[in-house]
Design a protein around this ligand. Structure first.
Ligand SMILES: Nc1ncnc2c1ncn2[C@@H]1O[C@H](COP(=O)(O)OP(=O)(O)OP(=O)(O)O)[C@@H](O)[C@H]1O
Length: 249
């Protein structure tokens, strides 16, 4: 079976620091897979290599069976890979509706030609409204400026924008970071709706959310995979407890 994402023997050195050590993982289509680990375990470095922002020292990254190890970021996006969250994916000085419309237009590859007509294009407005409905935002939010939204709303909006191209694989780097408890619950509810539909690689410190959402988890410690399994298997794994207890101590 072709996996949505497969990583083989990935290694990354930053000078003398071995930040990614022989990491291998395989995500079947539709899986929600979390990567957890103590601070500095190499989670962000791993995601950056998967998306093409950091190039691995050695190893292979396959997306839907295609070797993308040396492909640039935009080519990976063309193969159905999306990444959130980077605040820069939103244009803060324009409206919520315009942000979603821009993403829709970019997908249609005719972006700026239609820029001035965005608010008159009824089809586009309807499609944008549907994209916003996925994150529980009604049409009344479309004229709001992004800069005036709460941090939690912006993070949800980024996810709506990332999903506009119907990516087959989405990498989420700490979607709960900086969210209040109400906002975290809204994000968890939304992510749970993606389960089975989009393959998701989730890096997150909020363990409650991770154990609720993930089909399987990979545990990284000092750049190395120390355990892979279902939430129940990971909870029962002595090496994982040791890694986290070691960190607390
Ligand atoms: N560009 C870089 N140059 C040198 N060292 C780096 C670079 N990026 C990351 N590192 C180092 O690699 C290691 C892994 O960092 P990384 O940020 O990937 O960990 P993390 O698991 O995401 O941590 P956190 O949970 O704190 O976000 C750390 O020791 C970090 O200092």
């Amino acid at each position: 079976m072709t996996h949505a994402l497969e990583v083989r023997d990935l290694n990354k050195y930053f000078g003398g620091l071995h930040a990614t050590r022989n990491v291998s993982m395989a995500l079947p289509r539709g899986e929600m897979h979390a990567v957890i680990g103590p601070n500095g375990a190499g989670k962000t470095t791993l995601i950056a290599q998967l998306f093409g922002e950091v190039s691995p020292t050695s190893g292979t990254v396959l997306v839907n069976g295609r070797d993308v190890t040396h492909r640039p970021v935009h080519e990976r996006a063309g193969l159905g890979m999306a990444r959130s969250f980077q605040i820069t994916t939103l244009v803060r000085d324009v409206t919520v509706g315009e942000n979603v419309c821009l993403a829709l237009l970019a997908r249609r590859e005719r972006a700026f030609r239609f820029w001035r007509r965005i608010d008159r294009n009824a089809d586009l407005q309807d499609e944008a409204a549907r994209a916003l409905a996925r994150i529980g935002m009604g049409r009344e939010h479309m004229p709001r400026r992004v800069a005036d939204m709460s941090h939690g709303e912006q993070r949800l909006l980024e996810l709506a924008v990332a999903l506009v191209g119907d990516p087959t694989l989405i990498l989420l780097d700490e979607p709960m970071a900086g969210l209040g408890s109400e906002e975290s619950r809204a994000m968890t509810r939304f992510l749970s709706q993606l389960k089975g539909r989009t393959t998701v690689l989730l890096v997150e410190h909020d363990m409650e959310a991770v154990f609720e959402l993930a089909d399987r988890l990979t545990v990284l410690v000092r750049g190395e995979v120390v355990a892979v399994g279902t939430p129940a298997e990971i909870r029962a794994d002595g090496r994982v407890r040791e890694a986290y207890l070691g960190e607390d101590a």
